[in-house]
Structure formats: C-alpha cells, structure tokens
Design a protein around this ligand. Structure first.
Ligand code: PHE
Length: 343
C-alpha cells in the first residue's frame, strides 16, 4: 500500500508537469485524484477493510497525509494558473497610452449659412422677423403683383426657369413681400432668406443662389430709414468704418429705386483692385415700395409706405471672404470651404 501511495504521488507530479497548462486542466487533474467519490485518493480509503486491523490507524493517517499534500499541491497549482491566465489577459488587452491620438476633423458651417446667419443676426437685432417663402411660385407672386406685368421688358432682367406657363422657380425673394403683405397688416418688418433661380452662369452668377429680402411697411417710412438700416448692416458685416451710398436705379416694384454701394473696405475708399479704383462696391438693390405694389396687396398707400431691399448672400460672402468665383461656394471642396470662415 505504501508503494501505491508513492505511485499516486508520482502520478500527480507527472500529471502536473505534462498536462496542467490551464486552470481548467489543473482542475480536471485534481478531480482525478481528489474527487470525493471517484478520486484515486478517496479510492485508497476503500481499501481500509483489506488492511489488518492493527495497521489501519497508521494507514488512515498516511492516506490523510497524502490527501493533505495533494490538496496543497493543487491549491498552489491553481494559484499559479490563475496568475498565469491573468497575466496573459493583461498582455492581450494591453494599450499603449503614449500612442498619438486619432485626429478628429472639426467641421464648420457652410460660408453661405454663416453669412445668412450673420445677416439674420444683424437685422434680427433691428426687430425683423423671418418669413421663408416657397421656391416654386406662380407668375402672379413673382412678377405681376410686383408690378412686372406680362410682356413688361423688366421680365428680361431675370431669365426665368418656367415649370409651366403658370408656375416657375422664383427668380427673387421679392415674391415673399406679396405673401407677407397679403396676410399681415402694417407695421411689417420681415426678412425673407431663401434660394432663387435664374438662367445665368458665369464667375459671379450661378443658376441657383440665395437672397435675403427685407421689407418694412409702416407709416412714414422713407429712404432715410433704408439708408440708416443699411449703414448698420455694412458696419456689422464689413467693418466699423464703412458706409453706404445710394445711386438711382430701376426696379418695377420700388419707386424710387436705388442701387446700394458700400465704401471699399479693402482700401478705405482710396481705390484698389477690389473696387476697381472707384472706392465703392455695389452690394444690393433697394427702394421705396411702389404704391402699386402696396395696393395690389390691399394696403392703403396714402397712409402707409414701405422700403424693400434684396441682398445677394453669395455676393456678400464673396466680398467679405475674398472669393473670386461663385462656383467655389457650390463645389463642396472641403479644402476650400475650410478656409472660408470667421471662426
Ligand atoms: N429683387 C431684386 C433683385 O433680385 C432686388 C430688390 C429687392 C430690389 C427689393 C429692390 C427691392 O434684383
């Protein structure tokens, strides 16, 4: 029996050496020897009845010693395996905190959106509300109500995309003036930003572009109010020292009509390439709302008067950011757009 016990000891040591590579295999080996029912050491106890009575006490003691030894060996083995597995896990989950971080590209609003927001801020602070019209209009709102009757030569000023004899893509946000005046009684102070469409295409014109219409209708509104508002607008967008000048012009829906120039913010008025030596840059069309237009909308033109202006958002942005081709604003080249920002 002593021999068998020695043999078991050797088998355990050999088993550990040969097959205990993980906690799971070590546990299997432990079961083989120490399982309370099927384990080999427990099996030895069953031999007790074959042992002479006087040797039984000694035998029992030795089996217990063997059992204790084996338990210690396996507990130690389990600890070792646990450590080994933890180490392997740490190794596999290792991260290098000194590695350079991934760079995130931060975006910014499109220059047209930035410009639009700035204009809304400027005029919003003067009490203007936003009215967004529709891009598809009928002939009446885009032309007739704005005092541009059929066959009027002014229709040639804006090459129109007609969708049908009746419907068209609006050529100007001025159509919004009519919708507002039909639905709201004075005092009116609205700003109408949006896309407009004209069959026109070169370095400074695109078939689709954005305008911002301004309309004020109240008692005693004059050209002076227009000049005052536009002076604030150019100072906020192009700088403190800029001013505007009004030149006579013609729009069927305003009388008088003016073309508005801003004093050149590049050279301060001395004359440079940007202002073509004149010291002034044309920025928008405006005027006093034609009485006929007020009356078309059921507004008493004896009591009320109005002013209107139409700002080209692309043009305003191109001047502000020094962009020489309108296409750059529509090609969505991130490398270009990134450079056009106030931020
Ligand atoms: N609608 C005109 C245009 O597109 C601009 C404008 C608006 C002129 C309002 C006068 C008053 O050219």
């Amino acid at each position: 029996m002593n021999e068998r016990m020695e043999q078991i000891k050797q088998e355990i040591l050999k088993g550990i050496e040969e097959s205990a590579t993980s906690r799971a295999t070590a546990f299997e080996l432990r079961k083989k020897f120490l399982d309370s029912k099927t384990g080999e050491i427990s099996g030895l106890m069953k031999e007790m009845r074959n042992i002479a009575p006087e040797e039984r006490a000694d035998f029992g003691k030795k089996v217990n010693e063997l059992k204790e030894w084996a338990m210690n060996v396996f507990t130690e083995l389990d600890e070792k395996m646990k450590e080994k597995e933890l180490k392997a896990r740490y190794e596999s989950e290792k991260i290098d905190v000194t590695m350079p971080a991934k760079e995130f590209e931060s975006g910014n609003l499109h220059p047209i959106t930035q410009m639009r927001n700035q204009l809304i801020d400027v005029f919003g602070s003067m009490g203007f509300e936003i009215y967004e019209g529709t891009e598809i209009e009928n002939d009446y709102y885009n032309f007739t109500a704005l005092n541009i009757p059929k066959d009027h030569p002014a229709r040639d000023m804006q090459d129109t995309f007609f969708l049908s004899p009746e419907f068209l893509l609006r050529t100007q946000t001025s159509s919004g003036q009519i919708h507002v005046m039909e639905n709201k009684k004075p005092p009116i102070k609205i700003l109408s930003p949006g896309k407009v469409f004209r069959s026109d295409d070169d370095a400074t014109h695109s078939p689709m572009f954005t305008q911002m219409e301004g309309l004020v209708v109240d008692e005693k509104i004059t050209l002076c109010d227009l000049k005052g508002m536009l002076d604030v607008f150019v100072q906020k967008i192009y700088g403190e020292n800029t001013t505007t000048r009004l030149r006579p012009s013609y729009f069927p829906f305003t009388e008088p009509s003016v073309e508005v120039d801003v004093s050149c913010f590049e050279c301060g008025g001395k004359g440079c390439k940007l202002c073509k030596g004149t010291g002034w840059i044309e920025i928008l069309g405006a005027g006093v709302v034609n009485k006929k237009v007020l009356e078309n909308c059921g507004i008493d033109s004896e009591k009320y008067s109005g002013l209107a202006f139409g700002i080209g958002i692309e043009r305003t942005a191109m001047l502000k950011y020094g962009i020489n081709n309108i296409k750059l604003l529509f090609e969505s080249d991130v490398k270009v757009l990134k450079q056009i920002s106030d931020n």
